[in-house]
Design a protein around this ligand. Structure first.
Ligand SMILES: Nc1ncnc2c1ncn2[C@@H]1O[C@H](COP(=O)(O)OP(=O)(O)O)[C@@H](O)[C@H]1O
Ligand SMILES: [Mg+2]
Length: 370
């Protein structure tokens, strides 16, 4: 018995013995160290002096309870979360004789769990960010490669194309105005134009454009694009809804290129709604960026295509003459402005393209109306 007492003295967990009235009868040194009391300050005192969340009810009928959580109170008022095991000694009639509390400080463990949870959350966020930048990298790598290819291919094609073009012009001059063979030359010319367009767009999408940046009113650029497509909207019965935020700051952009990017997005939206639809354009001021959101309720983009729609030559509209360069151009232009494009779409559920452009060095007096 003496040996057991000695062992109890050395146990690092807090051990407290209570009498039948829940008064402290005995404590081991680990308890004194944990709570900062002297032994004589505890002996004879009620247990609730040092314990909150006292699991009284739970052990009313039991003789042993393990793994309860409770709060011990230090002499200086500090709280210590503890893991408790409680054992109750009863007499023959079932009345409580003694209660033994064995407690382990789990504050450190809780702290570690919190830290681990936070680290896990951080890891998940960085993983997501990494995935996103990987996608970006793959896309820009593809574009860089396409850029090098485009530059040399364009050169190789343009020269002979010029020769063809000039020869056709000569032939045209030779033929009389009403010569029926003119239609063949016309067909050749049309295709030369198409090839020239293809090469120019290919080079444009592959190589970031040279930008002429100056402060611009985004709403003016958007209105310009809307004027350009007004007739087509009417013909396709597409309703245009503008939701422009008033007092949007001017931002530094290359107006011409930006108009091209917006036009490409809007044209795609119109192509997705051949018969009736709604094209919504919203502008918003978000932190240090201007966000322009284009939403349509057209055919939408299947999930598996979303990752590919910015790839040069990706098109689902081959039959309609789509060349799959429109969004590559958009990507190049927005990217070279330091902007981002976000797409939300589902097959059959329309598409939303959100372009976010950073506001750089807005000077006072450059605020414009909506
Ligand atoms: N608003 C939209 N709704 C549905 N699909 C779209 C939309 N915008 C783009 N797409 C898809 O992205 C593809 C690539 O677009 P783009 O690069 O402009 O090439 P193109 O218009 O020549 O096909 C389109 O063929 C289409 O499948
Ligand atoms: Mg297009």
């Amino acid at each position: 018995m003496e040996e057991l007492k000695e062992v109890i003295q050395d146990i690092p967990d807090s051990i407290i013995l209570l009498d039948a009235e829940s008064k402290i009868e005995e404590v081991n040194p680990a308890t004194l160290e944990l709570l900062g009391f002297k032994k004589e300050e505890l002996v004879g005192k009620p247990f609730n002096l040092i314990c909150r969340n006292f699991p009284q009810k739970e052990f009313a009928e039991k003789t042993l309870l393990r793994n309860c959580e409770a709060i011990y109170l230090k002499k200086n008022g500090e709280e210590i979360p503890v893991n408790l095991s409680i054992s109750v000694k009863r007499d023959d009639t079932g009345n409580t004789k003694k209660i033994i509390y064995v407690a382990r400080d789990i504050g450190e463990m809780k702290h570690i769990i919190e830290e681990l949870t936070r680290a896990k959350d951080e890891l998940e966020t960085s993983y997501k960010e990494l995935e996103e930048s990987k996608d970006q990298l793959v896309r820009s790598e593809k574009l860089a490669f396409a850029g090098r290819m485009a530059a040399s291919v364009a050169h190789e094609i343009r020269n002979p194309l010029n020769v063809v073009s000039m020869s056709i012009q000569r032939l045209q001059e030779e033929l009389k105005k009403d010569d029926p063979r003119r239609k063949y030359l016309l067909a050749v010319n049309k295709n030369i134009d198409k090839l020239n367009y293809l090469i120019t767009e290919f080079v444009n999408c592959a190589r970031p454009p040279m930008l002429k940046m100056r402060p611009c009113d985004i709403h003016k650029v958007l209105n310009n694009v809307l004027t350009f497509i007004r007739d087509r909207c009417q013909k396709q019965k597409v309703k245009v809804i503008k939701n422009f935020t008033p007092k949007l700051p001017k931002i530094k952009i290359d107006e011409q290129h930006m108009r091209q990017a917006f036009l490409n997005i809007v044209l795609n939206a119109l192509q997705a709604m051949p018969d009736r639809g709604e094209l919504k354009i919203e502008t918003r001021f978000e932190g240090d960026a201007v966000v322009i959101k284009f939403s349509d309720n057209g055919v939408g983009i299947p999930e598996e295509d979303i990752i590919r729609i910015f790839d040069p030559f990706f098109t689902t509209r081959e039959k309609e003459g789509g060349m799959g360069l429109g969004l590559s151009v958009v990507y190049g232009i927005i990217g070279s402005h330091g902007g981002l494009i976000d797409i939300e779409s589902k097959k059959g559920k329309g598409a939303t393209f959100s372009v976010s452009l950073p506001i750089k060095k807005v000077k006072l007096g450059e605020i414009v109306g909506g």
